[in-house]
Design a binder for this molecule. Structure first.
Ligand code: VAH
Length: 315
């Protein structure tokens, strides 16, 4: 049994913090090396090794992969949809070159497995709005979506041509309480819980009827680990799997919050992120993930709202 040594790149981000903690529970604290350009997230301190890595510095990354005897790489560093529209060139460069650096090192060092997240942001206005299938018309209209869709084909290429075992999920909007998100269009669904508790009111940057596919972080972490632990023979998708859990609108999430905070009020001031949200599907068909590796979500809007408010009230 080889000793797995895992490198998490972007470990101080919204997904990275929780994925690092989950992987440390499975593989042992010292076998999961957390890394980021930013300083170590408070929740990671004292739970295992942390190194500063710039995924754009391929030589330095390569040295760390060798020096740390890495066998698996999780690449989470990316610029998300809203920030990406403000910095298109930076978003394209980081999201693309970061992935290519990791894939090339994985090929050269025969890394056992690689994980790289895509997003439902790959879909565009010409994709089906309801139950958007795994394979369909996909014409992204954000730099983030373009970079994620191009990245999916690079993952497929490195698997087909070099047998790199790289796996990927098209995450919906992710909601969590442990670590703040950054620069996403779906981040209103995180902010609203904090504001509901602190201010009893929230001004939403999307229209009240904007339905988007969403998932609670515990489900996203479990989906990631279940995908990575699935037998290779079961993986039929080498671009990226659709996964989903629920879809809701700002109106619906505020009604769910009102069940716990009756005095909560919401107002709406749509901004540039409205057009990004409008370009995405409202719901996702993830039946291929269910068939291939048994994907099944556990959290719906009410169960998530209860858990979010409890954990934000008593951190
Ligand atoms: C974003 N949270 O809003 C990300 C996600 C589906 C959206 O990829 O950009």
């Amino acid at each position: 049994m080889i000793r797995e040594r895992i490198l998490v790149i972007g470990a101080s981000g919204q997904i990275g913090v929780e994925l690092t903690l989950a992987l440390r529970k499975i593989y042992g604290n010292n076998n999961v090396v957390a890394s980021d350009l930013r300083e170590e997230n408070e929740l990671l301190k004292g739970t295992g090794p942390y190194v500063s890595i710039d995924v754009m510095n391929k030589e330095m990354l390569h040295v760390q992969v060798i020096r740390q005897n890495i066998t698996q790489i999780y690449l989470l560093a990316a610029i998300l949809s809203a920030t990406g529209e403000k910095n298109p060139n930076l978003a394209w460069h980081l999201n693309m070159q970061g992935l290519l650096n990791v894939l090339d090192i994985a090929r050269e060092e025969k890394i056992y497995k690689v994980y790289w997240p895509s997003s439902i942001a790959v879909f565009g206005p010409t994709s089906p709005k309801q139950n958007c299938p795994q394979q369909t018309i996909i014409e992204p209209t954000t730099v983030y979506g373009i970079s994620k869709y191009a990245g999916e084909f690079w993952c497929n290429y490195y698997h087909q041509r070099y047998q790199v075992d790289v796996r990927s999920l098209r995450y919906p909007g992710l909601i969590s309480y442990k670590s703040a998100p950054g620069g996403g269009t779906t981040d209103y669904a995180v902010e609203i819980y904090h504001e509901a508790l602190e201010e009893k009111k929230y001004t939403c940057f999307l229209r009240e009827d904007t339905y988007l596919p969403m998932m609670y972080m515990p489900d996203a972490i479990r989906a990631t680990i279940e995908l990575m632990e699935a037998p290779t023979a079961d993986i039929s998708i080498r671009t990226s799997y659709n996964v989903s859990a629920m879809s809701f609108s700002p109106k619906e999430i505020s009604a769910a919050i009102k069940n716990y905070i009756p005095e909560f009020t919401i107002s709406y001031e749509p901004d540039y992120r409205q057009s990004i949200a409008d370009s995405w599907p409202q719901s996702i068909d993830d039946s291929v993930a269910g068939k291939d590796w048994g994907w099944k979500p556990e959290f719906d809007l009410n169960k998530m709202t209860k858990d979010m408010l409890e954990n934000l009230r008593h951190p």
